[in-house]
Design a protein around this ligand. Structure first.
Ligand code: ATP
Length: 347
């Protein structure tokens, strides 16, 4: 895949507050890339710098290898869809989508063809003459996406575009957006603080915190191999435990030694271990090293969430096996369930 956008050591200060602290990121053609992180971590600022609405304090933005940090937004091959759809209320669906093309004084027949194509793409065929103010939130967002895509940008920037929709509509639109991205084959850069949304749609997830990138990877990498405590706790539920790497394939935590997969840590290095709740099984106490007492059981639909208190901590387990409160149980997991990461302070 070809590199389309490069962010090189981007920093951004607002007065005395540094909100981006050296962002380095390569974004590729046809990639669905998501900036994921808690509120205020700098996702929107990064997006606005790519769009050209904001200038970096330092660093560079390259587009196809050419520096564009000072190029105004309208000259960039980039379009943005915001959470607030910002449709023109006095125009119908067709006119909203055609707006940019009319400004360019494009031929009326070409405009009609392009708009019809977009309506089909976003599943709003036959909606052209509708009043946008009478559409549902999801439909309005589809119009906003069509309006952005009709200009045939190389990149579509989406800033929490589904934030205003209810849960069901959000899920539908997530599938829809992924499909649209695959059909048009352009780069989507998506901002969200919703980890499930990021994991389900993206080719690449960029986890940010406090103006810095914490990890870049595929959804499975980010979930299965978090590089630090922040990523592990932000993405899904996890049991995070301080431990020591005894040697290549042996780790110690909670007073026991366990076999793990060798990831090249130093002997005797202080590390942290992540155990995902769904990777832990509840067994008879004599079958496991770690044992404890069931303290709570919550039915979650597809599984039970069980909290087991041991002498060292409380473990969270997601399992379809029921175990009543008060029962003594063992916790079983395999070498591949133990994810070892560098120990870091501060979180
Ligand atoms: P959210 O998910 O809440 O939108 P975010 O990760 O997108 O958060 P940003 O909007 O990039 O975060 O904001 C990062 C920080 O920069 C915040 O502390 C915010 O208050 C600050 N900030 C953003 N824009 C400006 C501005 N124009 N002037 C001053 N401070 C700003």
């Amino acid at each position: 895949m070809n590199k389309l956008i490069e962010l090189k050591n981007l920093t951004k200060n607002f007065e005395d507050q540094q909100v981006l602290r050296g962002i380095n990121l390569d974004i590729y053609e046809n990639e669905f890339l998501t900036l994921l992180g808690p509120s205020g971590c700098g996702k929107t600022t990064t997006l606005r710098i790519i769009a050209g609405f904001e200038e970096p304090s330092d660093g560079q933005v390259l587009f196809n290898g050419i520096e564009i940090s000072k190029v105004p937004p309208y000259k960039r091959e980039v379009n943005t869809v915001f959470q607030k759809y910002a449709l023109f209320p006095h125009m119908n669906v067709f006119e909203n989508i055609a707006f940019g093309l009319n400004i360019k004084k494009m031929d009326k027949n070409v405009i009609r063809q392009k708009v019809e194509r977009m309506l089909k793409l976003v599943g709003l065929e036959g909606f052209g003459s509708r009043d946008v103010t009478l559409l549902s939130g999801g439909q309005q967002q589809r119009v906003a996406i069509a309006r952005a895509l009709v200009n045939e940008p190389k990149v579509l920037l989406l800033d929490e575009p589904l934030g205003a929709l209810d849960a069901k509509m959000r899920k539908d639109m997530q599938r829809e957006l992924k499909k649209i991205q695959q059909e048009v084959g352009i780069t989507f850069i998506y901002v969200t603080h919703d980890q499930e949304e990021a994991l389900s749609m993206s080719d690449t997830v960029v986890v940010m915190n406090d103006g810095e990138i914490q990890q870049i990877g595929s959804p499975t990498d980010i979930y299965n191999e978090p590089e630090n405590r922040f990523v592990a706790s932000f993405i899904g539920e996890s049991n995070i435990i301080d431990g020591i790497m005894i040697k290549d394939y042996l780790v110690e935590f909670d007073g026991f030694q366990f076999e793990c997969v060798d990831k090249g840590f130093e002997d005797n290095e202080a590390i942290e271990v992540v155990l995902r709740p769904e990777d832990l099984d509840i067994v008879e106490p004599d079958r496991a090293k770690i044992t404890g007492t069931v303290r709570s059981v919550t039915f979650k639909g597809v599984h039970y969430e069980i909290l087991v208190e041991t002498s060292a901590r409380t473990y969270m387990i997601h399992t379809t096996d029921f175990a009543p409160v008060g029962r003594e149980v063992g916790l079983l997991f395999g070498p591949e369930d133990i994810h070892v990461m560098c120990r870091m302070g501060g979180y």
